[in-house]
Design a protein around this ligand. Structure first.
Ligand code: ATP
Length: 254
């Protein structure tokens, strides 16, 4: 049984088709990345899979459950870092973990979880004094409190400096080694390439290319060639969307 199965998923906000008929599956134990620019529909997709948003159409199974109908059971088995994670400014990581454990009604060892995300050195530092990277690591720590089989990480490294981003990548790799399945959304091609077993490139509500990072690079060229000056994905999307338009003729480039 795949960890996630999505078939012809659709969601509109008024006349805007935020998710326009996408299909993909995430196998157990793999890292699957939804890669796309702002407004592509990644968060909408993730929120539907987490049971936070109702879909308009299509089929979705998360660990064999319908996230909208079986949300209560599902939430005990998944871990989530929402985009732009924040916590109470005056709490420490240790307090935050104990608080989450009480919400989930589970026994937990804050020290062990903080070690896993390499944050034990800051266990007594107030949230407001943590660096951006440390705050994101705390988000990850809280997502682990219920020992989830499946993690949803929505842009976990956006806004982090390169060193903090690499530190998050190490933690995410270690979580995969423990056998957890991970759905990761990102703007960064390099991140998807380094971490993901499979990548789906999403823009304007549609998946325009999917496969292993190597398959995508073989098909569309090396990311180093395609993304030159900065981390911006503008160039790669223009190329990918252009290529797909020629193939399918059904996606409009901006
Ligand atoms: P980002 O990388 O900026 O987070 P995203 O790929 O996660 O983008 P979504 O947040 O899913 O994209 O947004 C997809 C589209 O739907 C965007 O055009 C956004 O403005 C719109 N949208 C998202 N949520 C709502 C909402 N609650 N009401 C109306 N429009 C929305």
């Amino acid at each position: 049984m795949p960890a996630i199965e999505v078939s012809d998923l659709r969601k509109s906000y008024g006349s805007l088709k935020a998710v326009d008929g996408i299909s993909f599956s995430v196998e157990q134990g793999e890292i699957f990345s939804l890669l796309g620019p702002n407004g592509a529909g990644k968060t909408t997709t993730v929120e539907i899979l987490e049971g936070l948003r109702q879909r308009d159409g299509g089929n979705v199974k998360v660990m064999d459950m319908d996230p909208w109908k079986d949300g209560y059971t599902l939430h005990k088995r998944i871990g989530v870092i929402p985009q732009g994670f924040r916590f109470f400014d005056k709490s420490t990581p240790t307090e935050a973990i104990n608080y989450y454990a009480s919400l989930f009604d589970v026994e937990t060892d804050p020290e062990k979880i903080l070690n896993e995300v390499i944050l034990s050195d800051s266990k007594n530092v107030l949230f407001e004094n943590l660096s951006g990277g440390q705050k994101q690591k705390l988000g990850l720590a809280l997502a682990l409190v219920n020992n989830p089989e499946l993690l949803f990480l929505d842009e976990p490294t956006t806004g982090l400096d390169p060193q903090a981003r690499r530190a998050m990548w190490d933690v995410i790799r270690a979580l995969k080694k423990q056998g957890r399945s991970i759905l990761l959304t990102t703007h960064y091609l390099e991140e998807a390439e380094l971490l993901a077993d499979k990548v789906a490139i999403m823009t304007k509500g549609k998946i325009i290319a999917a496969g292993s990072p190597q398959e995508l690079i073989n098909k569309y060229g090396s990311p180093k060639k395609m993304v030159t000056v900065s981390d911006s994905l503008e160039d790669i999307f223009v190329k990918l969307v252009g290529a797909r338009m020629e193939e399918a003729g059904d996606i409009k480039a901006s």
